[in-house]
Write a protein that binds this ligand. Structure first.
Ligand code: GUN
Ligand code: ZN
Length: 486
């Protein structure tokens, strides 16, 4: 079953795709609101209006409840939940990770999911938490893979089967686990046991976990980030190649009287204004929301609105080709996210493989942009430029330009390139006129590369910025360096 996911548009490692289930096709990236089958907080039809295409619920909770168990078996999961679109069911593994034990076997819960008519089922994987010993992570992967293998052998019909990637915080184990699961051929690959990382704001580690898991999967496989429900990380997580998210956050935060925004969360008590225009926030003042009897439900709705709004913005950004600009903006709302952005660009080499080779004009958003995959892509292609004779490298035209055989443009963070290319992608990057240290560094490194590759040519480098960088000393040994502000 390999054609259930079709990718229609890409940006960075993010993509818009279509996932086919037996209750319909959904467009990804998307969020699956978590439904508590005992007490749904929001009416299911309203959830659809807010944007839910697919829901997720916990088959173990249904299994354990006498009332729900029989109803689900007799009438089916969709009737029980009151939703005719696709429903994914989790297995009780999360309960296993929180309470240490569940009263069910892998075979029983997977059988049950099948019988109640789940669209995407999850076997009983072991969510190995972060920072356990390597041996423990490794041996728990073996148990997880064994159970997943049993589930895969058993189900070959049109119920989709998820194979969660585990491996704690060990990149090599995550990659290896993902490779083993790929061999078994699952339909959806959740990245498991990342909730503790997100709870502790360890977004940088989360980037490592996502990238290493993705490296072991096929790029064409749909990936679910298990338990990721706060919209502040969505842009980053989608850019790394996650397609499905599940949000219990909208309800859990509401129960704690917390109001979600993409920049972070407010406690209802501290809200004086409502910085949102969803139907809830348009109809209530902060004061009214505080005193509303049903404010948990209202908060849950607002939380869900902002969650879907962010996903729509992300999808629009993928279409526009400016997802990384959005990621860079979002990652400035918390220092831990800024760290994660820096970590993401450590993987620029990997991102570059999936990034479209041409897209809309890049916007420079700060020092981190110097490490973008597009900049790296250019630096790898410098060897394609051959320079013969004399060449002037400068940022603005000079009176001497005509005296040279070649006129080259110096534009941080890219570096040096023929001036004729200035209006074309990626050289048309919108950048700042007083470049920062990081962008100058990358540009100088790329310039050195160009000069070294053309030893016969004779370069004059007119450096027009007052910011000193030690690489200028190196350039002065290779070229005639003119510093304008000296
Ligand atoms: N929910 C959150 N994390 C996990 C996980 O690792 N596995 C399963 N099955 N459910 C989860
Ligand atoms: Zn709102």
């Amino acid at each position: 079953m390999s054609s259930i996911f079709e990718i229609t548009q890409k940006d960075a490692s993010g993509r818009i795709g279509k996932l086919v289930t037996r209750h319909g096709t959904i467009e990804t990236p998307t969020i699956m609101p978590v439904i508590n089958p005992n007490i749904p907080l929001i009416d299911i039809d309203e959830m659809k209006d807010i944007g839910a295409q697919i829901l997720i619920t916990n088959s173990y909770i249904i299994y354990r409840s006498e009332k729900l168990h029989d109803k689900a078996l007799n009438e089916g999961l969709h009737e029980l939940i009151g939703f005719d679109g696709p429903i994914m069911t989790d297995s009780g593994s999360f309960q296993l990770s929180v309470y240490g034990d569940v009263e069910i076997t892998n075979e029983e819960i997977i059988d049950f999911q099948k019988k109640i008519g789940s669209d995407i089922a999850v076997p009983l994987d072991i969510p190995t938490p972060p920072d356990v010993s390597y041996e423990k992570a490794s041996s728990e992967i073996n148990t997880t893979v064994e159970r997943l293998k049993k589930a895969r052998e058993k189900f070959t019909d049109d119920m989709l089967l998820a194979g969660p990637v585990q491996g704690s915080t060990y990149s090599d184990l995550r990659e290896k686990c993902a490779q083993e699961l790929t061999e078994l051929d699952f339909d959806v690959y959740p990245i498991g046991a990342v909730v503790p990382l997100m709870e502790d704001y360890r977004y940088s580690k989360l980037v490592d976990v996502i990238v290493s898991s993705k490296k072991g999967l096929k790029p064409s496989s749909p990936v679910h980030l298990f338990g990721a429900g706060h919209p502040m990380g969505f842009a980053l997580e989608v850019a790394l190649g996650c397609d499905l998210f599940d949000s219990a956050a909208y309800a859990l935060y509401a129960k704690n009287k917390r109001y979600i925004t993409v920049y972070g969360t407010y406690h209802l008590e501290n809200l004086h204004y409502l910085p949102c225009s969803c139907p809830v926030c348009a109809n209530y003042t902060a004061q009214e929301l505080k005193s509303a009897e049903n404010n948990v439900e209202l908060l849950a709705k607002h939380n869900l609105y902002v969650t879907f709004e962010e996903m729509n913005l992300i999808k629009q950004s993928i279409k526009e080709g400016d997802l990384l600009e959005l990621v860079e903006q979002r990652c400035r709302s918390h220092p831990r996210l800024l760290e994660a952005l820096k970590t993401m660009y450590k993987y620029s080499d990997w991102l570059e493989k999936y990034n479209p080779v041409t897209k809309s004009t890049i916007f420079y958003c700060g020092p981190e942009s110097s490490k973008r995959p597009e900049v790296l892509h250019f630096s790898k292609r410098i060897e394609r430029f051959t320079v013969n004779g004399s060449a002037i490298i400068r940022s603005n035209s000079t009176k001497q330009d005509d005296e040279f055989d070649n006129i080259l443009m110096f534009k941080p963070p890219l570096g040096t390139f023929p001036v004729e290319l200035l209006e074309t992608y990626p050289f048309n990057i919108e950048t700042i006129s007083s470049p920062d240290y990081e962008s100058i560094e990358v540009a100088l490194l790329n310039t050195i590369k160009l000069i070294e590759q053309n030893p016969e040519a004779n370069f004059t480098f007119v450096y027009e910025y007052d910011l000193y960088h030690p690489l200028l000393d190196k350039i002065s040994e290779m070229a005639n360096l003119v510093r304008k502000y000296e």
